[in-house]
Design a protein around this ligand. Structure first.
Ligand SMILES: *Cc1c(COP(=O)(O)O)cnc(C)c1O
Length: 365
C-alpha cells in the first residue's frame, strides 16, 4: 500500500489514555467530552465512540445535527448527549425523541422546547427532555442574564409540573482568562443555582468549567467538567508541554517529501506534500518545522498543495521520505501546541482547520 500524500493519523489509544487521566483528575466530578467542530478535526463519530468505550457517559455536541448524528451512529441513551446552540425557531421534536439533553438560555428557546414536548406528550415512549438551564456569568456568549434568570427558571419549573421537561442541570461557561474573573463567575453561578433551587428547580447537575480551569482548579469542577482540547492532548494553558500535564497529542499530521532541489553551496530545499489547501496555516513558514527522519527542517513557504522546507545542512532527504508536520514529538516533530504558539494561534485552531480532503486514519485503542 502506498502512503497517502497527506493524512491525519488519529491515535485512539492516546485519546483513551488522555480521557482516563482526565477522568481520574476531575473525579468525583464527571468528564463530558465535547466533540463540536468535528471533535476539533479529529472526527466526531470515532472520537465519541472511543470516548464511550473509555467510560465516558456525557458528550457535548453543541448543535442538534451533531447530537442527532451521534445518536444515529449508535451512541445509546445511557450516554448523555448535550446540545446548546440553535438557530431561532428550532424545532425540537427530533431532539426530544432522540433523548438529547437541551441547553436552554432564554424563554424563547424554552417555549420552542415545550411546544415540541406538548405535541409529543401523548405519544408512546415520550420522556420529558432534560434541560440544562444556562446562566450567563460574564462571558456574554449565551445564557440568561441574572435579571432574566428567575423568569426562565420559573417557566421551566411550571413546564416540569406539566410533565413537559425536567429541570435537570444548571450551567454556564467561564472565560478561563483570569483566576479572579473565574472566581467571580463561579460565585455568580452558585448564587444562580441557589435561586433556581429556591424557585423549585431540582438541578441535579451543575457545570461550568472547560479544559483549562477544569484541570487547574478543583473548586470549579462541581459535578461535571466539559473538555475538548485536553482530550486531544493540546494543553489549553501556557508554559506546559502535553506530557507535563499527563497528556498525549492525538493527531499526527503526516505527508511525504515530493522532491529535493539542490541550491548550491550545500544548500537544498525540499517540497513536502501538504499545503494550505490541506489546512496548513501559511504563517507556519518562518516559524515552524517539519521532521524528516528525526530532524526538524524549517518551513520556508506554504503553497496550496505543498510546502517548502530548508534542508538542514548535513542531512540528505529523498523523494518519498516520510515527513511529520506535527504530532507527539516521538519522531522529533513539533507538537500542534508548539505550532500554535509559534504561528500566533491555538493548537485547537490548527487541528480544527485541517481540511476535510485530508483523510483521517484511526489507530485503534
Ligand atoms: C468548546 C466548549 C467546551 C470545551 O472547551 P475546551 O477549552 O476545548 O475544553 C466546553 N464547554 C462549552 C460550552 C464549549 O463551547
Amino acid at each position: 500500500m502506498t502512503a497517502p500524500l497527506v493524512e491525519a493519523v488519529i491515535d485512539l489509544g492516546a485519546l483513551d489514555k488522555n480521557i482516563t487521566h482526565l477522568r481520574r483528575t476531575v473525579a468525583p466530578a464527571e468528564l463530558m467530552v465535547v466533540v463540536k467542530a468535528d471533535a476539533y478535526g479529529h472526527g466526531r463519530v470515532p472520537v465519541a465512540r472511543q470516548a464511550v468505550a473509555s467510560g465516558i457517559r456525557s458528550i457535548g455536541a453543541l448543535d442538534l445535527d451533531t447530537a442527532l448524528e451521534l445518536r444515529a451512529s449508535g451512541i445509546g441513551d445511557d450516554v448523555t448527549v448535550l446540545s446548546w446552540l440553535y438557530p431561532p425557531g428550532q424545532d425540537f421534536t427530533e431532539a426530544i425523541r432522540a433523548r438529547v439533553d437541551l441547553g436552554v438560555s432564554s424563554l424563547a428557546e424554552l417555549t420552542e422546547v415545550t411546544d415540541a414536548s406538548r405535541r409529543l406528550a401523548g405519544a408512546e415512549g415520550f420522556v420529558p427532555p432534560r434541560l440544562h438551564l444556562k446562566l450567563d456569568t460574564g462571558l456574554h456568549r449565551n445564557g440568561a442574564t441574572a435579571a432574566d434568570w428567575p423568569a426562565l427558571v420559573t417557566a421551566a419549573v411550571a413546564a416540569e409540573r406539566d410533565g413537559l421537561v425536567r429541570t435537570f442541570a444548571a450551567w454556564t461557561h467561564i472565560a478561563e482568562a483570569s483566576e479572579d474573573e473565574d472566581t467571580r463567575a463561579l460565585q455568580r453561578f452558585l448564587d444562580g443555582v441557589a435561586v433556581a433551587r429556591e424557585l423549585g428547580a431540582s438541578i441535579d447537575v451543575r457545570h461550568l468549567a472547560a479544559s483549562s480551569a477544569g484541570l487547574r482548579r478543583e473548586d470549579v469542577r462541581l459535578d461535571l467538567v466539559r473538555m475538548g482540547g485536553h482530550c486531544w492532548g493540546i494543553p489549553s494553558f501556557d508554559g506546559v508541554t502535553p506530557s507535563e500535564i499527563g497528556l498525549i497529542p492525538v493527531m499526527t499530521l503526516r505527508a511525504q517529501v515530493l522532491a529535493v532541489r539542490e541550491l548550491g553551496d550545500e544548500h537544498a530545499e525540499a517540497f513536502v506534500s501538504a499545503g494550505y489547501g490541506d489546512g496548513v496555516p501559511r504563517n507556519v513558514a518562518g516559524t515552524c518545522s517539519v521532521a524528516v527522519r528525526g530532524v526538524q527542517h524549517p518551513i520556508t513557504r506554504v503553497e496550496r498543495d505543498h510546502l517548502v522546507i530548508a534542508v538542514m545542512p548535513g542531512t540528505e532527504l529523498a523523494q518519498g521520505d516520510p515527513a511529520v508536520l506535527f504530532g507527539t514529538g516521538a519522531e522529533g516533530e513539533q507538537t500542534v501546541r508548539q505550532w500554535g504558539d509559534r504561528s500566533g494561534t491555538l493548537g485547537d485552531e490548527i487541528t480544527t482547520r485541517i481540511a476535510a480532503r485530508v483523510p483521517r486514519r484511526y489507530l485503534e485503542a
